[in-house]
Ligand binder design. Structure first.
Ligand code: NAI
Length: 248
């Protein structure tokens, strides 16, 4: 029996990368999973096929996580289909890097809306359901740069720091209703997002990691599985760094 048997999870931005790895780990541990992404395309269909092989209920939904109205609508659809919501993984994220002196307003707004407001949207829609159940686990996908800051990523770092403040506040506010909220702060994870970086930058980055390798989406998925499961039943308001020792 898997450690997520009987649980229903929503994972945002799960067509590929870290979100997909979390979805795969969740279904392998017995969870029913609703994945969301911007559109239902071939990538999403392939992901659903892979997830469905584990025999639990899997559905994909097209929804822009940055939209308050779309989020409320999709959470309503998911509740109607699955009957409950036990785990919410706020994973959808983008980068639009640039130095502050060259950053325009649209770069700032896009990153804050997709990375931070999306988590507010989903938490706003899911917590009334979790409160009725008197249980729930919320996981915000932050980043080590949300803790340390990073030159060229003021918008991204601010959004990721905001996710930490959001999770800590929800942990305090909703703890009495049985809802836990935590963050994962991944370091350098090999995914489509980081594959876009020049080879030289990636090599230099790896030298700063005590474990001397980039992380895998599966490394992050293991932490998300712990936080989604009852193994972490007394863990709330925390940030778990998954970074090979990069920020210790
Ligand atoms: P990715 O770019 O491979 O996947 C992100 C997914 O989110 C994509 O499927 C994309 O279509 C979806 N998405 C983007 N905007 C969306 C929106 N408005 N609504 C719904 N879905 C949307 O990225 P990756 O690497 O898998 O990252 C996942 C999360 O982990 C992000 O929040 C990222 O910031 C975070 N992270 C990643 C790190 C890395 O090294 N890859 C390090 C630290 C954090």
């Amino acid at each position: 029996m898997g450690i997520l048997e009987g649980k229903v999870a929503i994972i945002t931005g799960a067509a590929r990368g870290i979100g997909k790895a979390i979805a795969l780990k969740y279904v392998s541990e017995g969870a029913d999973v609703a994945i969301t992404d911007l559109a239902i395309n071939e990538t999403v269909e392939e992901t659903v096929k892979e997830l469905s092989a584990f025999g639990t209920k899997v559905r994909a939904y097209a929804s822009n996580a940055a939209s308050f109205d779309e989020t409320h609508a999709v959470v309503g659809e998911i509740l109607a289909e699955f009957g409950r919501i036990d785990i919410l993984v706020n994973n959808a994220g983008i980068t639009k890097d640039g130095l502050m002196l060259r950053m325009d307003e649209s770069q700032w707004d896009a990153v804050i809306n997709v990375n931070l407001k999306s988590a507010f949207n989903f938490i706003h829609a899911c917590t009334p359901i979790m409160a009725k159940q008197r249980s729930g686990s919320i996981i915000n996908m932050s980043s080590v740069v949300g803790v340390t800051g990073n030159a060229g990523q003021c918008n991204y770092s601010a959004s990721k720091a905001g996710l930490i403040g959001l999770a800590k506040s929800i942990a305090k506010e909703m703890g009495p209703r049985g809802i836990r909220a935590n963050c994962i702060a991944p370091g350098f994870i090999i995914s489509d997002m980081t594959k876009a970086l020049p080879e030289k930058v990636r090599e230099e980055w790896v030298k700063t990691i005590p474990l001397r390798r980039g992380g895998t989406p599966e490394d992050v998925a293991n932490v998300a599985t712990f936080l989604g499961s009852e193994l972490s039943s007394y863990v709330s308001g925390q940030v778990i760094h998954c970074c090979g020792g990069m920020t210790c």
